[in-house]
Write a new protein. Structure first.
Length: 200
């Protein structure tokens, strides 16, 4: 299986569906609605599309899919069937069997639920057990304490800070905290995640 082959990852709480060209308009509308849950685009430490920019966001994701450098997903709450956000495999380095899980956002009503934990579990399991990755990276804004705490709860290790790594939409400079999980760490990470999901 190639790293950017479309796939659906499904658990008890969440379903991750690969974005497709034939559903681009419907996906954009669903993500525009999800972004309004808490006006997510107003955050200074994330890059989330404004509702009117959702189609451009989806079109860019599909360009990256076509180029084989990204595999973008729509995050769907299985109970309601609603799209609640998006995530993706990105910065895919197939020759090195390495990728990043990123561009992740979830509407405010669904934060601090099992949705994000199970989505990360499904993506990590697929990366390590199906794609045979040697490492998975997770990156976030240095000042995004909520995201950093969530990444650290996964069991990822901090590799360091990339200084002046990105220019944010408001023109500010982002230092990026970069974490990773390597293949030998996956069994322990998997056990912790399964224990957490069993509690919820």
């Amino acid at each position: 299986m190639a790293f950017a082959d479309p796939v659906t990852l499904e658990g008890r709480h969440v379903r991750l569906e690969t974005m497709t060209h034939d559903r681009a308009a419907a996906i954009a509308a669903a993500l525009a609605a999800a972004a309004t849950d808490g006006a997510m685009w107003e955050s200074k430490v994330t890059s989330i599309p404004r509702p009117e920019g959702a189609r451009a966001y989806v079109d860019q994701a599909l360009k990256e899919l076509d180029a084989g450098v990204s595999l973008p997903f729509v995050t769907i709450d299985r109970v309601s069937g609603k799209a609640v956000g998006s995530t993706r495999y990105m910065n895919i380095e197939a020759p090195h069997r390495r990728l990043e899980i990123g561009t992740t956002w979830i509407g405010k009503s669904f934060q601090r639920t099992a949705i994000n934990t199970e989505a990360k579990y499904l993506m990590l399991r697929h990366a390590f057990e199906t794609l045979n990755c040697i490492a998975v990276d997770l990156r976030t804004h240095e000042k995004n304490t909520q995201s950093r705490a969530a990444i650290e709860r996964l069991g990822a290790r901090l590799d360091g800070l990339l200084r002046n790594h990105r220019i944010m939409p408001d023109g500010s400079l982002r230092n990026t905290a970069t974490y990773s999980i390597i293949a030998t760490e996956w069994p322990a990470v998997k056990g912790r995640l399964e224990a957490r999901l069993a509690q919820g």
